[in-house]
Every structure is written in structure tokens, then in C-alpha cells.
Write a protein that binds this ligand. Structure first.
Ligand code: GLN
Length: 380
């Protein structure tokens, strides 16, 4: 394997999902729903296939999807973007992240990450030859240590790669934090790459896109996807939104990474994004009920549960159960209890920082969540 990938192992999600199958454990690890996406979106995909929309799509997205993304973004943020000049459709948000990094970052550029961070960020930054500076968000509220961020910015800092609502913690960046990050970026001429794939799964406050703050659109790439909002994580439809001078780099990287994305799924994605408000309200309500079952259950089991205001994840402190670290706790949980969680140390540059925390997902039907809680109550 090439040097820049040497230190990376099989992703934790792949490892944990195969252990789940091997041990017949309930999988509250990898974040994929165990229920299906909406009928009207599946119908739209079938229709597009039948209508012969089966050859290469236009590289940066079928026009119908670019328009639907722009309309949705305007509804969410008030920003009016040109669907032809400011949007690139990709194969999931993971590709959008990669295309953004490979298209806009030079070897040696510094990029700031907030730990814990989604695992693909570090690997893709490494592929681009970027230098990573990491700021750790700490429990209980995972607030942004703004002074640390300020001192981490140097003349070589090219971008901050952030994620709100935040995987794995469920933290949502507050308006105050976003304002502070924004002024640092403007002052120091730093870009923001903002991964917002959980923006529709919010329970306590409204999501804010940093691109919508004054002076920020011109320096922000906003990244999103279909998978979480429509319970279709296997479709791998994502996109990047940015002003023309930034989207050009993203589009160029995308052109040579995958060239284009599945054509019929893009037509269906456009139909999905035109869902009425009631769809989004219903989604939030369903997830709130699931979250309550899991969070109350985990508290009953005896975990210290950190508040999650968005995403379909919650992190807990496992230390009172007496296992050495997050990895040994998760192994015990799979083998002796029959439940899968994700150890969080893989989301830190320094694994020690995550050794007390594990992540559970609640994107499962209520019965599954109840039986997982039941097993933990009985066997932990
Ligand atoms: N984003 C999902 C998670 O954090 C899964 C991603 C993956 O499997 N690579 O669980």
C-alpha cells in the first residue's frame, strides 16, 4: 500500500459490522438505518431506470438534481446559488469531501480538524499530503475551545474541516461558536469545508450552515448528501456547494476521481429533495422517539450519557463498567452482551483521548433499540 495510507487499518465501521454478523450481535455501530427509505423516492428511481436514464450523467450532476439541491439550500439557508456554476454532485458526501480536499489543498497546506472526527477526513487529508492540526472537543458539551483554535491557525493554514451536527458526539455548533470560527477565518484568510450530512436530524435547536454567516459563503464549501435524510445510505448521492472559484477545484477532482454519479439515482434524489415539509417533520419526530428510547435506556443501564442535539448518534462514558479502554469495552459488549457500538479512539489523532467514550446509533427500529437496551441491562 502507498505510504500515505500505511497507517490506516480496515475502517472501524467495516470491522464492527462484520463482528456484528459473526456474533449475532445487535448492530448499534455503523450508522445505517435498518428500515427502508420512502416509497416515493424508490418509485422515482425505478421510473428513471424504466425511462432509460441509464447512461453517464453529466459530470457535475443531472440538471434536475443541481436545481433541486440549489432550491433546498435556499430554503434552508436563504442563500441563492447558481445550480450550474456552484454545485457539484458526487458519489456520496465521502467523495465530496475527498474531491474538496484533493481539489483545493496543496501538499504541505495545514488543515484544522476538530477531534473526534469522521475517519475519512484524516485518510483523505493524508492522500492530499496535507498537514493536520487537531483541536480536541471535550465532554460534557464538546464546546469549541476558541483560544486553542486561534493559536492553531498559522500562515500555512488553508482550511478548517468541520462537521455539524457532529458525528460521533451529536454536538451542534452554536451560532456563537460559528461566529467566532467565521471571524477567525475571515481575519486569517482560511477556508471552511463544512460537512452537514446530519442537518435534518436535529432535536434541540436549528441547524446553522456556516456559509450563511456574513462574509462566509465566498470561503466555504458546504457538503451534504441524500443518505441520512432519506434513509438511503447505500445510494451514495452527495454534493458540494461553493462559489465558482472554489467549486472549480472540487469539480476537477471529481471529474478525474469518478467522473459522474449514478444517473437514475440522481433523478430520484431530485424527487426526494422536493419532499414537502411534512416529510422532514415526520423524520425528526420518528428520530426523536428513537433517541429517547436509546438515551433513557443507556442511562438506566448506568452509562454517563452525553447530550446529543443532532445526528443519529450518542456517545457515552463506559468507564464505570471497569474495562481498560473503548476497544476492550466494545469487544466485551459484542461477545458477552450481544450489542455492537463504535469505539471512539479511532476518531482522534491521539487514540488515548477517546478511550473512555463509545458511540451508539439510534437509526434502528424501536424494537431493535429496546432489545439492545434489554441485553445491556441484563448482561452488563
Ligand atoms: N457515517 C456512518 C457512521 O459514522 C458510516 C460510514 C461508513 O461506514 N463508512 O457510522
Amino acid at each position: 500500500v502507498a505510504k500515505h495510507l500505511e497507517k490506516f487499518k480496515t475502517t472501524i465501521f467495516t470491522q464492527m459490522s462484520s463482528l456484528a454478523i459473526q456474533h449475532g450481535a445487535i448492530n448499534l455501530g455503523q450508522g445505517f438505518p435498518n428500515f427502508d427509505g420512502p416509497e416515493f423516492v424508490k418509485e422515482a428511481a425505478i421510473q428513471a431506470i424504466k425511462d432509460g436514464k441509464n447512461q453517464y450523467a453529466r459530470g457535475y450532476g443531472v440538471p434536475d438534481l443541481n436545481s433541486a439541491v440549489a432550491a433546498r439550500f435556499q430554503k434552508d439557508t436563504g442563500l441563492v446559488v447558481d445550480p450550474e456554476k456552484e454545485i457539484t454532485v458526487t458519489s456520496g458526501c465521502t467523495e465530496a469531501i475527498a474531491a474538496t480536499i484533493l481539489g483545493l489543498i496543496n501538499p504541505g497546506d495545514e488543515v484544522i480538524l476538530f477531534a473526534p472526527f469522521y475517519d475519512s477526513y484524516e485518510a483523505t487529508l493524508s492522500m492530499a499530503g496535507a498537514k493536520i492540526t487537531c483541536i480536541t472537543l471535550r465532554p460534557p458539551d464538546f464546546a469549541v475551545p476558541i483560544d486553542e483554535l486561534k493559536s492553531a491557525i498559522s500562515k500555512d493554514t488553508r482550511a478548517i474541516l468541520m462537521n455539524t451536527p457532529h458525528n460521533p458526539t451529536g454536538k451542534m455548533f452554536t451560532r456563537e461558536e460559528l461566529n467566532q470560527i467565521a471571524s477567525l477565518c475571515i481575519e486569517n484568510d482560511v477556508l471552511v469545508f463544512s460537512d452537514e450530512v446530519y442537518d435534518k436530524l436535529t432535536f434541540e435547536m436549528d441547524h446553522i450552515s456556516i456559509a450563511s454567516l456574513p462574509g462566509m459563503y465566498e470561503r466555504t464549501v458546504t457538503l451534504n448528501s441524500l443518505g441520512k435524510t432519506f434513509s438511503l445510505t447505500g445510494w451514495k448521492i452527495g454534493w458540494a456547494i461553493a462559489p465558482p472559484h472554489l467549486i472549480w477545484g472540487v469539480k476537477q477532482a471529481h471529474s478525474y476521481l469518478t467522473f459522474a454519479t449514478s444517473t437514475p439515482m440522481q433523478f430520484a434524489a431530485a424527487a426526494a429533495l422536493r419532499a414537502p415539509d411534512s416529510y422532514y417533520e415526520e423524520l425528526r419526530k420518528d428520530y426523536k422517539a428513537k433517541k429517547d428510547i436509546l438515551v433513557e435506556g443507556l442511562k438506566d443501564v448506568g452509562f454517563t450519557v452525553y447530550p446529543s442535539s443532532g445526528t443519529y448518534f450518542v456517545v457515552v462514558d463506559h468507564t464505570r463498567f471497569g474495562l481498560a479502554d473503548d476497544i476492550s469495552f466494545c469487544e466485551y459488549l459484542i461477545k458477552e452482551v450481544g450489542v455492537v457500538a463504535i469505539p471512539t479512539s479511532v476518531f482522534y489523532l491521539n487514540p488515548n483521548d477517546g478511550k473512555n467514550l463509545v458511540r451508539f446509533t439510534f437509526c434502528k427500529d424501536e424494537e431493535t433499540l429496546r432489545s439492545a437496551v434489554g441485553r445491556m441491562k441484563e448482561r452488563l
